[in-house]
Design a protein around this ligand. Structure first.
Ligand code: NAP
Length: 266
């Protein structure tokens, strides 16, 4: 069987480095190039000490796609760059697997349309950890029975977006089964703005940012006399790579955009 040719955008990043390791270690994958706006023209081995093969770095996505013809782009960058890379990939017939979080709904809609019109698969997953996907699924199940819900997401202090893509996705999944309800006391007032977190149809999301954390989320459900807590912790970034791997394999069989790992896991 032919190897799946892959380009990674953001190879120096915390997630990008894990993805480079995973792709290099996977027999059925081939890393043909990377996209790094600061090191175009160099070899990846000059930038990442654990890389011992000659993989070209391109300063922009179009050049990487034209010169190395990947089948899949793995993007782990920033919301702005990730959106541009995914668009360029779909235009070039390359299938994006995007872990970058923080896209707006308009950006997601634009990528969805482009993927559909070009009939090229695309996977965007705010969380590639299988345990996190189960946490979201269990939460949407529990939300059928508990209406009062607080989501507390906790991440390292270098994270750009808040709330996290996982928290937003969890709230979306919960809101598919939960009737809108304003939680807390009807006359509740914040004496310090933001104290009650972000409002998602009455449900609240709280974002904690601390050095030392990686990616953690707990969803708390309250009812008379009982509290249910569903929690997931990623204790290192390798936790995300099994989901990236499954996504690369799956995106080859898709002809439209799928948002969320839960929609491709059986
Ligand atoms: P990070 O360490 O800051 O890495 C981001 C990398 O992207 C940096 O090396 C950055 O380079 C690079 N970059 C920025 N603009 C670029 C451009 N135009 N072209 C190419 N590279 C560019 O962040 P991270 O922790 O790896 O996270 C990356 C993304 O993945 C974030 O959106 C994060 O929320 C998301 N994430 C997703 C999951 C998931 O499971 N889906 C899990 C964890 C994180 P410079 O630093 O030099 O600018």
């Amino acid at each position: 069987m032919d190897k799946i040719k892959i380009t990674i955008a953001g190879p120096r990043g915390k997630m990008g480095q894990e993805a480079v390791k995973m792709v290099l270690e996977t027999e059925s994958f081939e890393l043909v190039s990377v996209i790094d706006y600061k090191h175009g023209g160099k070899s990846l081995a000059a930038v990442l000490p654990f890389v011992h093969t000659d993989i070209p770095i391109y300063g922009n996505a179009q050049d990487a796609f034209e010169n190395t013809r990947p089948a899949v782009l793995i993007d782990l960058t920033t919301p702005e760059a990730g959106f541009q890379h995914a668009k360029a990939a779909l235009m070039a017939g390359v299938r994006p697997v995007v872990g970058t979080t923080g896209f707006t709904n308009d950006q997601l809609d634009e990528l969805k349309e482009l993927s559909k019109s070009k009939e090229i698969g695309c996977i965007i997953a705010p969380n590639f950890a299988i345990g996190a996907v189960l946490m979201m699924k269990f939460s949407s199940w529990a939300a059928k029975y508990f209406q009062d819900i607080e989501i507390i997401e906790m991440h390292h202090d270098q994270k750009l977006d808040a709330p996290s893509g996982t928290a937003v996705k969890t709230a979306e999944m919960i809101n598919q089964v939960r009737e809108e309800k304003r939680q807390g006391h009807p006359n509740e007032k914040e004496t310090v703005p933001g104290a009650r977190g972000a409002d998602q149809k009455g449900m609240r999301i709280h974002s904690v940012r601390l050095p030392g954390l990686i990616a953690h989320q707990q969803v708390m459900f309250g009812d008379s006399g009982q509290i249910l807590t569903i929690r997931h912790d990623s204790t290192n970034r390798a936790s995300f790579m099994s989901g990236v791997k499954v996504s690369v394999e799956t995106v080859m069989k898709l002809d439209q955009l799928v948002y969320g790992l839960e929609n491709i896991l059986e």
